[in-house]
Design a protein around this ligand. Structure first.
Ligand SMILES: [Zn+2]
Length: 927
């Protein structure tokens, strides 16, 4: 029994003891710099995260085996909120957090310390290194590890921001930003670094219209301000207590939630002064601005206090919800139609009646009706004569006109709200807050965008579709608020006291710091030495070196940079990768701009969601390593699917790869015992292995990991099985094949490969051996064996179809004249002159061929069709090939096999089959 765990531990120990992973530059080696997007310190990782890391390790190992000096560093993104919020939860004994830590094997004495964010970072960076990366056999350069909250890194980021400012790429302006009442500013994006829900939320801009009621204002929020002309009434919730707030000397009525949102957006101008019960508003009237009409306030339990201001204006002719509610609350009020749409009389009523909606709680149907009405109005609707100056304008073109007029005349304000709930990692709802004086990185800069786009065209990007998308992403990428104030980890912003650089902005240029971190880690450089002048010299070659160490680091930087591959998950496509490119273009010299990006998709749960700790259900990494084996998991990642599709996690499938490796190991053991003599089939195996080596190498050069794995773990396995079936047992050949095959396996299943390497008596590590190159491929040997396989399959089919229990099989190989015709047809096709006339004209000049009379045009016709379909004919001595395989064929067919040349006049032809033999397809007769 093969003990995968023992093999893994043994070889990892040796690799790490001998520091196989250290990036060193030997003379003449071509450098290769690969890193993956460093993970955030946010808790335990799972099998989904390991997919991309494993790809990076396979590529790095392949490059190491093809004569490259490989720099494959890693680090930890510890900035921002995640470590702080984890520590906070531990500090307040949050039950869910404690359970989470314990269930992942975190010891009690460690938990006690995790109330401190620094301890959180220390603990998890050790877990990532020991339990994940080293446990999976990654040859990451562990001498370069870094975190983004170290003193040296902070000095690096400080330098980056000085460079951005010098380049005119920092700017200040007011900003509405996502804000957690508990934690301060948070980033809302698909990477969900700070938040646990709502990464794809957008910010909607509501127009809040002031409806006046005596000394009060009822502010109703809408995304369609033009519908103000159709307002018939207002809705308030009778059972809730509204806040009365002073807003610019007015008294606004707002739901509690609406008040808090408005206060965060308008600041100190908004103060609560009183409260009022919803029911006290019901029955009164208020005035619709612009239209100047009194409308009643009606009770509505559906007026959701969490949405916008909690006050709703009712437009029953165009809003199905309003129509249904009004029909019930005040049937005597008539809807006011303000949009003419072909096919509708009163659009909301028509849609409601068509769908048979009776009640306000038929939400699905009402939502459908709302969408239907909105689409029809948007595409085909025009405002009618009730809309004053706007009459006749198509709805699709009205855009901001009504909003602007309302704002200009003081009838409205703007309120921003997320399109869906956004929840902070701490559990609080995220709101939108006005920051009067925010700093941005000016990614909208035209020159920067153009230069970045031009550079992308030169990059090596996988998958290629992403390269097509990137120019659009760069164009769309807007200025990004780059600092925040609050309880954060990160680098202090150098130009505004008390503010911290936010996490997406401090993780753009960082691979450059891996060149420096090595010297900080080993104590050669003190963090204090990392001044602006230091980085100017190291990365830009400006100024003078202060020491020999500086010169050394500069040389390292020149040698290693630029990055060849930055590998990361698809969530980085619109967040990290664009800023990675743009900051390099903005700060670094052109020869140091990145060369390549590799994007991997996710491992998903069966629900199709990204596996995520917060959503539960992921397999912990140490468990997977134990249960399936590390090589199994690596092969699973490489082979289960294209890197560019999501893969649904399936433990049974992962287990099937373990079975595959077990069989591979057993085959290897059996092969080692073989000690047979040379045989005819040896040439075929050599040629086949050479061909597979060529394919695997070509695939690896293009990072086609799946294609390479398929050749190495399946095609080669099958080839060796066929060789054995054909009686092949040549010790010499088998040793040669294993010598190649094991090296092919090494990037994918390095532990098993080392064990096999050792067992064939090779010195040193296979991990540092040369990836094999294909030798000359004996095409004739491949063709000859293919003929044997095809012929065997043909005979078996004939026996099956006819049901004959044959004692004798006659096989006739094609006569020489047919070969000549086939060759002439190919020659004519090469010259683009293949036609029946040309071919016949040519072949009939040969008296030997002409002698065969009617059979010639008949065969010529077949050949022309085949060649036009793409068939080619390789000169194989078919008789010799089949004669050589006769023992094998007899054994397989359990019959006597007779091989004849069709032009052997003496050959018996009891079935009259001889004349059917053609090149590549012998004729067969069974009796
Ligand atoms: Zn929070």
């Amino acid at each position: 029994m093969v003990d995968f765990t023992a093999i893994e531990k043994k070889w990892q120990q040796r690799w790490y003891d001998e520091k196989l992973y250290e990036a060193t530059l030997d003379d003449g080696d071509e450098p290769f710099f690969i890193h993956f997007a460093y993970p955030g310190i946010s808790g335990f990782l799972h099998v989904g995260h390991m997919r991309g890391f494993a790809y990076a390790d396979m590529i790095a190992r392949y490059k190491r085996m093809t004569g490259h000096a490989v720099c494959y560093p890693a680090g930890f993104h510890a900035s921002g909120l995640p470590a702080v919020s984890l520590a906070k939860k531990v500090a307040r004994n949050d039950e869910a957090m404690l359970t989470y830590l314990r269930s992942n094997g975190c010891p009690e004495d460690v938990i006690e310390r995790l109330g401190d964010p620094a301890a959180v970072i220390r603990y998890f960076s050790e877990i990532y290194v020991d339990d994940y990366w080293k446990r999976f056999g990654f040859l990451i350069d562990y001498s370069r590890l870094m975190t983004t909250v170290s003193e040296g890194y902070k000095r690096f980021i400080t330098w980056q921001f000085h460079k951005l400012r010098d380049a005119g790429l920092l700017t200040r302006k007011p900003h509405f930003a996502p804000f957690c009442p508990g934690c301060g500013p948070v980033a809302v994006d698909r990477s969900e670094t700070d938040i646990s829900e709502g990464g794809d939320a957008e910010i909607n801009e509501f127009t809040v219209i002031r409806f006046r009621m005596d000394d009060l204002v009822l502010p109703a929020a809408t995304l369609r301000p033009e519908t103000i002309y159709g307002v018939t009434n207002m809705w308030v919730h009778p059972d809730i207590t509204y806040v009365i707030a002073s807003v610019d000397d007015e008294r606004w009525v707002l739901s509690e939630q609406g008040y808090r949102k408005l206060a965060s957006q308008l600041g100190e101008n908004v103060q609560q002064v009183d409260t009022i019960q919803g029911s006290e508003l019901v029955g009164r009237t208020c005035r619709v601005p612009l239209v100047d009409r009194e409308v009643p306030v009606l009770p509505a339990p559906f007026a959701d206090p969490a949405v916008a201001t909690g006050i709703v204006m009712s437009v029953p002719a165009h809003a199905p919800y309003d129509y249904v509610a009004l029909r019930q609350a005040a049937p005597d009020i008539e809807p006011v139609v303000i949009i003419e749409v072909e096919g509708y009389d009163i659009p909301a009523r028509d849609a409601v009646e068509e769908m048979g909606i009776e009640r306000q709680d038929e939400h699905d149907k009402l939502e459908m009706a709302t969408q239907q009405v909105y689409k029809a109005e948007f595409h085909k609707g025009r405002l009618n004569e009730r809309c004053d100056d706007y009459a006749g304008i198509p709805v699709s073109e009205i855009k901001d006109a009504v909003k602007d007029e309302l704002l200009e005349r003081g009838h409205a304000a703007i309120m921003r709200e997320f399109s869906k709930p956004v929840v902070c990692r701490c559990g609080e709802r995220v709101v939108i807050k006005r920051v009067p004086d925010q700093w941005f990185i000016r990614y909208s800069d035209e020159e920067l965008t153009r230069m970045s786009t031009d550079h992308v065209a030169t990059m090596n990007i996988h998958p290629p579709e992403y390269r097509e998308e990137l120019p659009g992403v760069l164009e769309w990428f807007d200025d990004r608020a780059c600092i925040r104030k609050g309880d954060w980890l990160g680098t202090p912003f150098p130009f505004k006291e008390g503010w911290t650089i936010e996490p997406i902005s401090d993780s753009t240029l960082y691979p450059a710091y891996y060149v420096v971190s090595k010297y900080v880690n080993d104590g050669t450089l003190e963090p204090e030495e990392l001044t602006l002048a230091f980085f100017d010299y190291i990365f830009l070659g400006k100024g003078e070196p202060a020491s020999e160490t500086w010169e050394q680091v500069r040389q390292d930087f020149l040698a290693w940079y630029p990055v060849d591959i930055n590998l990361g998950g698809k969530e980085h496509k619109t967040v990290h990768f664009p800023v990675f490119i743009m900051n390099h273009v903005a700060v670094m010299q052109p020869e140091h701009w990145p060369r390549g990006i590799f994007v991997n998709w996710w491992i998903t749960q069966q629900s199709g969601e990204k596996i995520s700790k917060s959503k539960g259900g992921a397999v912990p990494i140490p468990d997977a390593a134990e249960r399936y084996g590390v090589d199994t998991m690596r092969l699973y990642y490489a082979h289960i699917g294209s890197p560019y599709v999501d893969i649904e996690w399936d433990g049974d499938l992962a287990y099937s790869y373990r079975q595959r490796l077990k069989r591979l190991w057993e085959l290897h053991q059996r092969l080692l015992e073989l000690d047979g003599p040379p045989a005819g089939i040896d040439g075929w195996l050599r040629a086949t292995v050479n061909r597979h080596v060529g394919t695997a190498r070509e695939a690896m050069e293009n990072y086609e990991l799946r294609r390479a794995a398929n050749v190495i773990f399946y095609d080669l396995y099958n080839a060796v099985q066929w060789y054995r079936k054909r009686g092949g047992a040549n010790r010499e050949v088998i040793r040669q094949v294993l010598h190649q095959w094991i090296r092919l396996m090494a990037p994918f299943t390095p532990h098993l490969a080392e064990e096999m390497w050792d067992s064939i008596g090779r010195d040193g590590f296979v991990s540092t051996a040369a990836f094999p190159s294909p030798g000359d491929i004996d095409e004739a040997a491949l063709e000859a064996e293919q003929l044997v396989r095809d012929t065997l399959a043909d005979v078996e089919e004939i026996l099956e179809v006819t049901g004959i229990d044959a004692s004798d099989i006659h096989i006739y190989t094609a006569p020489a004249w047919k070969w000549q015709v086939a060759e002439m047809a190919m020659a004519l096709a090469d010259d683009g002159e293949l036609s029946m006339g040309d071919l016949m004209g040519r072949v009939m000049q040969d008296p030997e061929i002409k002698r065969h009379g009617d059979a010639v045009p008949k065969y010529a016709k077949t050949v022309i069709e085949d060649v036009r379909r793409g068939a080619t004919y390789h000169l194989v001595d078919e008789k010799e090939a089949l004669d050589g395989a006769r023992d094998f064929l007899e054994e397989q067919l359990d019959a006597s096999v007779h091989v004849h040349a069709a032009d052997d006049e003496q050959a018996p032809d009891p079935g009259g089959k001889k004349r059917h033999a053609i090149p590549g397809r012998p004729a067969i007769y069974a009796e």
